[in-house]
Each structure stands twice: as C-alpha cells, then as structure tokens.
Design a protein around this ligand. Structure first.
Ligand code: EMZ
Length: 383
C-alpha cells in the first residue's frame, strides 16, 4: 500500500447495514455511515443534539477531562445561531487580501526552512508550525505566541502517554484565562477583546463563554489541520505527476483542495446525543445514548462519489461533508481552505520533489474497525 493511501474501513458495514457500532468509555456509539443518513441526522438537531453534557459529543468523549462548554459547537439552536452570528464575520477574515498575504508569508517561511534542512519531520517541524503560526492570524494576536502553542504538541487534550490528558487540558485553560485577563486590562483588536466586548441577546458575554469559544478555536482546528497538511505532503511525494498537472493548470487547485479534504476527512466523525427514542438507518437508538455522524464514511459513499477511493484532483461535483453539515458546519473552514490553497500554491512554486524517508501511521480505533487518519511521524526530504 502506498503511504499516502487512506483506505475506507467502513465500506462493508455501510453497504450491508448502513450503521456501525463502537464502545467509547462505556458510552456506546451508533455510527451513521451513509452520506444520506449522515446529512439527515445532522439536520435533525432536535432528535440528535449537540447541547448535551460538555465533551460528550466528542469521540473519544471528553466528559472526564473538561466541564467547559465549547461554543458554538456544543450549543443547539436557537441559541447556537446567536453565538454563530456573533463570530461568523470574524471567521470569514481569511478571505481578505491582507490575511492571505500574511498566510503566504507563513507558509513560504515554513517551506524555506524545510528546504534548507532537507530532511524534515513533517508533523512537528512543518505542519504544527504552520498551523500554530496561522492561528495567530485567526486570533489576531502577536506572531510570537505561536512558539508557546508549538510547545504543546499536536493535540491539546491528548498526549503521547494518554488519549485524554487532563493536565494537558489545564495548560490550555490556564493560558486562555491569562489571555482573557490581559485583554480585559488592555483591550486590543484580538479575538479575546472582540468577544469580551460582544453581546448575545442583549447581554455581554461572560468570561466562561469567551473561554468556551476560544477553546474550540484552539482545539477544533489543530490535529485536523495538521493531518490535512501532512497527508497532502505525503500524497504529492508519491504522485509527482499530480504536481505537474497542477503546475500546468493552476485553476484546478481549488478543486484539489476540496478533494484532499474529502479523501483525508481529517475529522472521522462527530457525536450527537439522542433526545428521544429514534432510528438511524432503521436501527433503533434509545434516548440518552449517542450516535455519530461519520463524515469519513459518508465521503466514500459510492452512491454519491464516483471512484470514491481515488483522489480525483479535478473532481467537479464534490458534496463532501468533511467540514460537517447543516447548522454546525465548521466555522474554521474558510481559514482551513485558504491555508490548503496557499500550501499547494507555495509547494508548486518552491518544491521540485518530495521523498518520504520513513513514517509511522496514526491509526484510530473505532470498535472493531481501524482508520488511518494521518501520521504520528512523517520524515521527508524536500528538494
Ligand atoms: C473539540 C473538537 C471540535 C474537541 C470540530 O471538532 O475537536 C477535538 O479535537 C477537540 O478535542 O474538544 O474541540
């Protein structure tokens, strides 16, 4: 198997039953696997809620390591819409020219540093660095903050030793508390200050609410973005002809971005809590149990995508759900798409060849099934 190949572990169950089952810390999950059902359940937020106990809709569940609600993703409509309206414009800033210019500088520097080194461990020395530096733009805080975030590693709630690491979560929480205090004392144009000055339904946001929004901004786009970048690098290393194709036809880059995001589906699934006895693909699910919307499986559904297991760089019809679907679709998607676009453009400009030296796969376990989501380490040579 090629290193940049990401098999679909859900095919059999998707075809035969339409759902999968897994346990997660004694709180089982029924996974919706088909594109149609995933969209249907995502749409039905009354039956399948996000506003459950904080951390419970995340798989693996984070109920044991946090009690702060992440906003807006752990809030249901109509309040969800109010929070969303508050931050929506802020998360569209990546479309602005000045933002893109800064993003380009960040990505160019990362390539220059890598080309100079030659041998690079992509996850930590390249993708994490780009992700963290790019996040300074999204939050509108000094570039130097990225250094601190890089030191936290690829996931804010997971460490090498343990999948759910409360101590690690506390590092992030303490940091955010401090930043909030700084912004209260001397407000600026950073995201903290903007939020602290905002109102929802006529009431100023509390520190707790601000914290909930900021935590999501840190956690939601971290390992997902890192995987998207790293997997793309692995793909181009093994498909030099694709590089040529995009060099000749740069108008295809936007399609390629969507296709990589579909194919890699950096976030496998997101849970919901069932509010009343219901069905997922004709399978009965009881109130107060969990289901998940399996984006990764939906994105390989042959009923929707021709040749779903191939990367078709110029795929024109691509209704993937890698950024979720419906009310809760990813707020960071504009930033992520822009970053992927700049990544590919800069790669085409600066890099002739990438070769993989060695790598270790990052495998997620979902009950009986295993899914490759990226790499724990990926050593490449940039030329
Ligand atoms: C949560 C989640 C959000 C969760 C869109 O995804 O991302 C996960 O990586 C975090 O662990 O807390 O933010």
């Amino acid at each position: 198997m090629m290193k940049s190949e990401f098999p679909d572990p859900f095919e059999k169950e998707r075809l035969e039953k339409g759902f999968g089952e897994m346990d997660d810390q004694n709180d089982p999950v029924v996974m919706a696997l088909r594109h149609r059902d995933v969209r249907k359940c995502a749409h039905d937020w009354k039956t399948f809620q996000s506003g459950a106990k904080p951390g419970r809709i995340v798989i693996p569940s984070e109920v044991n390591i946090r009690d702060i609600r992440q906003i807006p993703f752990e809030v249901d409509p109509p309040l969800h819409g109010d929070y969303r309206a508050l931050v929506e414009q802020w998360f569209k800033r990546p479309l602005e020219e000045t933002y893109v210019t800064e993003l380009k500088k960040i990505v160019k520097t990362a390539f220059d540093e890598s080309l100079e080194k030659g041998l690079v461990e992509v996850i930590r020395e390249f993708s994490l660095v780009i992700q963290s530096r790019a996040l300074t733009l999204l939050l509108n805080v000094p570039f130097s903050e990225a250094q601190t975030w890089i030191s936290w590693g690829t996931h804010v709630f997971r460490s090498e030793e343990t999948a759910l690491d409360a101590d690690k979560a506390n590092i992030l929480y303490d940091y955010i508390d401090q930043q909030i205090e700084t912004s209260i004392n001397s407000p600026g144009k950073d995201f903290y200050s903007i939020l602290l000055a905002s109102e929802v339904n006529g009431k100023k946001l509390t520190k707790e609410e601000v914290k909930g929004i900021i935590i999501l901004t840190f956690a939601g786009g971290r390992d997902t973005v890192i995987n998207a970048i790293s997997n793309t690098i692995a793909y181009f290393a093994e498909h030099p002809k694709s590089l040529e194709k995009l060099r000749k036809e740069p108008t295809l880059i936007n399609f390629a971005v969507e296709e990589f995001i579909r194919y890699f589906s950096p976030l496998t699934h997101m849970g919901r809590v069932v509010t009343k006895d219901a069905h997922v693909c004709e399978h009965a699910v009881k109130a107060d149990t969990r289901i998940s919307l399996n984006w990764a499986s939906a994105n390989r559904d042959a009923k929707v995508f021709e040749n779903p297991n191939e990367v078709v760089l110029d795929r024109k019809i691509n209704p993937h759900v890698a950024f979720g679907f419906g009310t809760h679709n990813c707020l960071g998607a504009t930033h992520a798409r822009q970053l992927m676009k700049v990544l590919i453009q800069t790669l085409l400009e600066k890099v002739q060849r990438i070769s993989i030296v060695k790598c270790k796969e990052n495998i997620e376990t979902l009950g009986e099934l295993k899914r490759k989501v990226g790499f724990d380490s990926l050593y490449v040579n940039f030329k």
